[in-house]
Design a protein around this ligand. Structure first.
Ligand SMILES: Nc1ncnc2c1ncn2[C@@H]1O[C@H](COP(=O)(O)OP(=O)(O)OP(=O)(O)O)[C@@H](O)[C@H]1O
Length: 346
């Protein structure tokens, strides 16, 4: 089955890498957060699993279930690098579980910050699809489990910042033109006023890498799901428009400098013997931009974002099938890229 990030031809796919919806839900009969002890957490996990698999006739064969503690450290981090689980659940002590669709687009994290974190990721700018899918799983679980819900406040959550809809909508964007011209900072400062926040490539507390960032709603209370998504869509459309405008003017005014940067990055990727993931991300970001502006063409089609994930520390170790210390990883990363990057045309 193809993964969510392997799908193509979705709106604004060049700039918007993916759309994500996550719903925070809790079950009424269990204590929230740290107050939930292992016994209750185990029972809750079994309940969720049973509820999900019994009600979704398609679940068997389309979804995998694992306890996070049963995964190796590399597998955990590899899933995080592919955005299937959050950094938080990796380090969380206690009983935590994951139900994950084969395409890795739909997941239910159990006993993360909240009892349930339902997440759907789709490729490109397609929040509606992400929302519909997450909603379907939410309805299915709600048939079986009694959620903690208050008439006045909405869904109750472990952290008050998620109360209400419990919804976070987010777009992962690649904005090299805005970043390199210093305009990104200005935009990011301004969008806070509209209740939108910017996070790094792996969410809260992480940095942007290779000009990839995530923008999401901060407010979950006092707005409907549709309002939250409309607000984020309108800001994202403006960011996409600005990024396109700057790309066009760079192309018109600094084509050679841009072309030079793209080819230097290609040169480094195909010749370097040691590459950190940060360096590789920056070079790949230049290639992505170069391809989209038709400054560079490859002999065969390739998805730069998929490549960006493949060279992250844990996924790299999985791809070459051996554990490595940092120094060796940087050498293997350079080798992996040299061996797998397609050749340029002409
Ligand atoms: N648009 C997106 N596409 C792919 N992955 C995403 C996207 N947005 C967020 N993620 C991933 O979701 C995970 C959690 O991100 P983040 O911490 O921002 O969200 P959260 O679930 O809302 O958490 P919290 O409620 O603790 O703030 C991270 O691994 C992040 O990379």
């Amino acid at each position: 089955m193809i993964k969510w990030f392997e799908q193509k031809d979705v709106k604004n796919h060049d700039i918007v890498i993916s759309s994500r919806i996550r719903l925070a839900r809790n079950i009424k009969k269990y204590p929230f957060g740290e107050r939930l002890l292992d016994e209750g957490a185990n029972e809750l996990l079994e309940n969720v699993k049973e509820g999900f698999y019994n009600q979704s006739e398609k679940a068997n064969g389309f979804f995998d279930y694992v306890m996070i503690k049963d995964l190796s450290d590399i597998d955990k981090v590899a899933l995080m690098e592919r955005h299937a689980i959050s950094p938080l659940i990796i380090n969380k002590k206690g009983v935590t579980g994951l139900i994950l669709s084969k395409d890795e687009g739909l997941s239910i994290m159990v006993n993360e910050e909240d009892h349930l974190r339902i997440q759907c990721i789709t490729t490109g700018m397609n929040m509606e699809k992400a929302y519909n899918e997450a909603n379907r799983v939410d309805d299915l679980l709600e048939n079986y489990l009694e959620y903690a819900f208050d008439e006045k406040y909405g869904y109750l959550t472990a952290c008050p910042t998620n109360v209400g809809t419990g919804l976070r909508a987010s777009y992962m964007i690649h904005v090299p033109a805005l970043e390199s011209t210093g305009k990104l900072r200005i935009i990011l400062d301004a969008i806070g006023k509209f209740g939108i926040t910017v996070r790094g490539i792996y969410g809260e507390g992480t940095q942007g890498e290779g000009s990839v960032f995530q923008i999401s709603n901060q407010i979950t209370l006092g707005q409907s799901e549709q309002e939250i998504m409309d607000n984020l869509n309108s800001i994202t459309n403006q960011i996409v428009e600005q990024e396109r405008k700057i790309r066009s003017s760079l192309l018109a005014e600094k084509k050679y400098q841009l072309e030079d940067r793209v080819y230097r990055s290609y040169g480094a990727l195909t010749n370097a013997r040691i590459l950190s993931s940060k360096e590789a991300m920056n070079f790949l970001s230049d290639l992505k931009l170069g391809m989209e502006l038709e400054l560079i063409q490859f002999e065969k089609e390739f998805n730069v974002y998929e490549f960006m994930m493949a060279i992250q520390p844990a996924n790299l170790q999985k791809n070459i099938n051996k554990p490595l210390i940092v120094e060796d990883r940087d050498i293997e990363r350079a080798t992996y890229i040299r061996n797998n990057l397609p050749k340029v045309n002409g």
